[in-house]
Design a protein around this ligand. Sequence first.
Ligand code: AMP
Length: 183
Amino acid sequence: MTPVTAAARVEIDRELRPLIREIPNFPKPGINFKDFTPLLANAVAFRKATEAMAAPFAGDAISHVVGIESRGFILGAPIAQQLGAGFIPVRKPGKLPHTVERVDYQLEYGADALELHRDTLQWGHRVLVVDDVLATGGTLKATCALIALTGAELIGCSVLMALTELPGLTAMRHWRVNTLLRY
Ligand code: AMP
């Protein structure tokens, strides 16, 4: 896997940004939804995006990629394959069939929770977390907390898009977070 140079990052941004569709007020008023399905439908762009998300972690001996439901699954699975790692889903409550670890977290309005199969990660595992969008950071922080419960080591997070007007990047500043597109 070739490392991503600064010039390559500019090129990736130029190619991928036009394939992110913005849907105002979806799924509710005030949210400017970043729809990456046009990117997924483009074979070349999909591969470039996941390769560029994986490349910064190629030398980190990642043993497992954790993908966050549900768009983190789509990006996380090919990234896991590229890194020679296993894939582990983090899901909304009640979706995983076996014994789980659970973390509850606050949303802007209300609360939510995420779950992870308890027997998947353990001490000695080296984990990369993948999602599509970093907004307030609540989802990513809750996922990091879940991983901490298992004793596995969180190496970093790879996110396709970060919304810089929201506090997610600041909230995650103590972690190694790689983002491809910033808005
Ligand atoms: P947050 O916990 O606020 O950082 O939100 C991140 C999660 O919500 C991710 O799993 C995203 O899929 C989703 N998300 C938040 N904001 C957006 C947005 N503007 N467009 C698409 N997905 C979003």
